[in-house]
Design a protein. Structure first.
Length: 209
């Protein structure tokens, strides 16, 4: 039997200006099986390159210098997909609503139970992994679509909107036999076996909208 390397533990990035909290949360998370990196400020977090692999940002709201909300906005503007869970002792409803609307996965208030904290982190990691897998699938489909010639692409667009070979041939000024050949090439290149599958692919790529 070939043994597999153990999966790399997700990295939890803790950004909080309270050293006693960082120490306590570090102990809790490492004993729960996570890798952990702690930062005393948002500025310190930003100057260190993010490690590759799954992870989550556990972020305080009120900190000297760059606040948690400002860090969230900065990461969003830079295109970061790192999930964020806010954990603060000075939160209120308006701030929590603002954070969630801006894309945070959760907003927790200190003190938080170990169960609730770990459950929140797991939800954030699971959502991020699903998002990553979805993005990878879309990129693969886009690569298949780019493999089509310009004429094959024209045929593809028309066939997934329900047009018959005769209609496509008329619109493109060619013969039905040629359209059939293009359709066959399209199906081969896109790795689909039916028109329904081709339509579904077009839907996932946003072509039908």
């Amino acid at each position: 039997m070939i043994s597999q390397a153990p999966a790399k533990a997700p990295i939890i990035h803790v950004v909080d200006d309270d050293p006693s909290f960082r120490k306590a949360i570090s102990r809790l998370l490492t004993t729960s099986g996570y890798s952990l990196l702690a930062y005393q400020s948002a500025a310190e977090f930003l100057v260190k390159p993010l490690a590759e692999g799954p992870g989550c940002l556990l972020l305080d709201v009120h900190m000297p210098g760059l606040t948690g909300m400002e860090l969230q906005a900065h990461l969003s503007a830079s295109g970061s997909s790192l999930p964020i869970v806010f954990l603060t002792g000075q939160g209120d409803i308006s701030i929590s609503v603002q954070a969630i609307k801006a894309g945070a996965d959760d907003f927790l208030t200190k003190p938080v139970s170990r169960k609730d904290l770990l459950a929140s982190i797991e939800r954030a990691l699971s959502r991020h992994e699903k998002q990553r897998q979805d993005s990878a699938r879309i990129e693969k489909l886009q690569a298949l679509l780019k493999s089509l010639t310009p004429r094959e692409h024209e045929v593809f667009i028309r066939m997934v909107t329900g047009k018959l070979n005769k209609q496509i041939a008329h619109e493109l000024g060619t013969s039905e036999r040629t359209v059939k050949a293009h359709r066959h090439a399209v199906m081969e290149k896109l790795k689909v076996r039916s028109l329904a599958a081709a339509v579904a692919l077009a839907g996932r790529l946003g072509i039908l909208s």
